[in-house]
Design a protein around this ligand. Sequence first.
Ligand code: NAD
Length: 487
Amino acid sequence: MKENKLDLNSGWEFAPAPESTAHIQLKKKYDLFIGGKWVKPKSGKYFKTVNPSNEEVLAEVAEANEKDVDLAVKAARKAYNEVWSKLSGKERGKYIYRIARLIQERAREFAVIESLDGGKPIRESRDVDVPLAAAHFFYYAGWADKLEYAFPNRKPKSLGVAAQITPWNFPMLMVAWKIAPALAAGNTVVLKPAETTPLTALKLAELIQDAGLPDGVVNIVTGYGQTGAMMVEHPDIDKVAFTGSTGVGKIIMKAIAGTSKKSTMELGGKAANIIFEDAPLDQAVEGVINGIFFNQGHVCCAGSRLFIQESVYDVVMRKLKDRMSNLVVGDPLDKNTDVGAINSKKQLDIINNYIKVGKDEGAEFYQPTCSTPKKGYWCKPTLFTNVAQSSRLAQEEIFGPVLAIQTFRTVDEVIAKANNTPYGLSAGVWSDKGSKVFNLTSKLKAGVVWANTYNKFDPTSPFGGYKESGHGREGGVQGLEPYVKFN
Ligand code: NAD
């Protein structure tokens, strides 16, 4: 086969194309959003949220203590008893549609704030996070008056008050995944965003006020892990919906064991991306790049392990390195940026430690020669080859732009290797043969398996994990089930 001779290392560059921040409105200080109002924290404490690309403080945010959490749960219970549980599905749906439409109207502002607070490229927040968040509200608005059709002959009833806790990697989208199905099914919520990326959730609170949602139906409290723990342990919570690390997921499961609280756990992952010799290789390489580098590897379903069939190893590696050398690393607000800033100093330290572990274990390390900004938290796209199956690089979630590469010869071998981690969230298969793809999708222990594509999301598709990647599904009609009961 003749090879494409285009010189990808010829060094051409794009002119900077930064997105404007002139249109965004951020307050200097955010209180707690409880009972439809902005309330000063009883704790009297605030913490700073910083822009990880330049370390500048964006705003101060309230730190909720036990009393604050209690007020939020009381507000949610009151709204549930007096208003929300009494509204018809059709009326609930109207409010949820209104939220969806308002997100669309203010999409640009939300996208810029998401990139400022989280460090992710504006291309991602503009084209993926914010449109998908709106799409989830639209989708679940449609279900609000059709619950009997979602669960035929089962008479679904709402649960009551849901405590919802989200991570920092998809702040706005995770909030949408949680709030939209909860409201559609007739519940009220207390939500806590991650401490390093609280701003889009707080902006959503402003939007919820504008949408005229009855007071107390959505309450947003901010704080660190302790605030989350207080929500989980509050006796008047009916359901815990958590997205975050497996370690914290286990703590939460212990805390609610023996109670009647329902739970959904969306936890970590260590996805295998598998390239067979008959795959469309250029497409596969682009999928691998998208799967691990475009969001700095800050994706639970990131394709952080790559398995290449031995016969195409050399050509795939060359294409991969060529493509890596052309990735634009830098200002998250620049529309050309592929790889933005690492979300926090803490996360950068974790990633750098794994890079050291990989080198110490004897794996071969590669980074392209690109430069990174002086201020802020940055990690160049990184890959390791010669990675042993037992290596920590192949077994543990790094949550950064670090790819661990292994080879394989047979289908059975790659299935065994791919399934050999404690996780089971997602996987990718690249092959021209439908029969091979279907064989793998049925044998890979992963909640989602993408074929000849990667990281594709849609509100109608359920998402969730096997094994230590959690339980319960978000998205699709399956995403309603954790918010209803049948007796
Ligand atoms: P994290 O577990 O550290 O924190 C997640 C949230 O939990 C934060 O809001 C945090 O304040 C809160 N929290 C911390 N300790 C708590 C406690 N004891 N009780 C209650 N709440 C507590 O995770 P993170 O670093 O923010 O996010 C990264 C992790 O999230 C990764 O492991 C990633 O794979 C996972 N994730 C999973 C999915 C999915 O759908 N499966 C999606 C996105 C992220």
